[in-house]
Design a protein around this ligand. Structure first.
Ligand code: KIV
Ligand code: NA
Length: 275
């Protein structure tokens, strides 16, 4: 099977073919998602989605490497993007290159990092090392403390214009695609129309070159109320609980396992065991 590559995404934007991207945090999720989507992201969302943190700030390089290695073992045909966690690209170009290069050595095709003008220098340094970079603008979850919560960005004229400027700065710095998160649909559509590189939206309307949604959100595997930008295609949480509960009842009633789930001794040995 042909693997998805970085240049393909650019071509797909030109052809008007929309890009579907979801997250995976282990080999099982990667195998489920791989035949379906174009891009698999090992997101730092693993922190909230799988590890029980309230936000993505505690996610470390060690955690990301652990999950990336599990996903990479599934040998996806989808483009595999690894998310640079908080503080993994802020200290120095050298530290950033080592972290991002380590992702590529573990099987990632590209890295993603959050931020605009402040990150241009470090993005250039990565691109100079042949490391493909996906940008990420708008509601960047690693900025939660500065934003004062997870709030839609780019709703004021100056913020909207700055976002458009930063999208172009990221493109000129060499990003091959941009995630646009939590911004008005009109702003994301304007950015998409004015950029050469594809945009991948999440809570950014239908005018992007593609969409990304967290695996657990698409499949309804999270509890509680869902954000406005999520559409769950399965009530996964409830369906999994129903199946698990049928198994637990069978255990309690003694109807699991049946002979077909049990091993037998060879002919002749049963007497020896019985006596
Ligand atoms: O970590 C993540 O899952 C992400 C996507 C939602 C874009 O950054
Ligand atoms: Na992320």
């Amino acid at each position: 099977v042909e693997r998805v590559t970085v240049p393909m995404l650019q071509r797909w934007k030109e052809e008007g073919r929309r890009i579907a991207m979801t997250t995976a945090y282990d080999a099982v999720m990667a195998r489920i998602a791989d035949p379906i989507v174009d891009v698999i992201l090992v997101g730092d969302s693993v922190g909230n989605v799988c590890l029980g943190f309230g936000n993505t700030l505690p996610v470390s390089m060690a955690m990301m490497n652990h999950h990336l290695e599990a996903v990479a073992r599934a040998k996806p045909r989808a483009l595999l993007v690894a998310d640079m966690p908080f503080l993994s690209f802020h200290l120095s170009a050298e530290d950033t290159i080592r972290n991002a290069g380590g992702f590529l050595q573990r099987g990632a095709d590209a890295v993603k990092l959050e931020g605009g003008a402040k990150r241009i220098e470090v993005i250039r340094a990565l691109v100079d090392c042949e490391i493909p970079v996906m940008g990420h603008l708008g509601l960047t979850p690693q900025s939660v403390s500065v934003m004062g919560g997870f709030k839609v960005q780019g709703r004021k004229a100056d913020d909207a214009l700055r976002l458009l400027d930063e999208a172009h700065l990221l493109q000129e710095a060499g990003c091959f695609a941009l995630v646009l998160e939590g911004i008005p649909a009109e702003l994301a559509a304007r950015a998409t129309a004015s950029l050469r590189v594809p945009t991948i939206g999440i809570g950014a309307g239908a005018g992007c070159s593609g969409q990304v949604l967290v695996f657990h959100d698409v499949l309804g595997l999270t509890e509680g109320p869902r954000p406005k930008f999520v559409r769950a295609y399965l009530d996964g949480f409830q369906l999994l609980q129903e199946a698990l509960s049928r198994w637990a009842s069978d255990v309690r009633e003694g109807t699991f396992p049946q002979p077909q789930q049990s091993y037998r001794v060879p002919e002749g040995l049963s007497d020896a065991i019985a006596n």
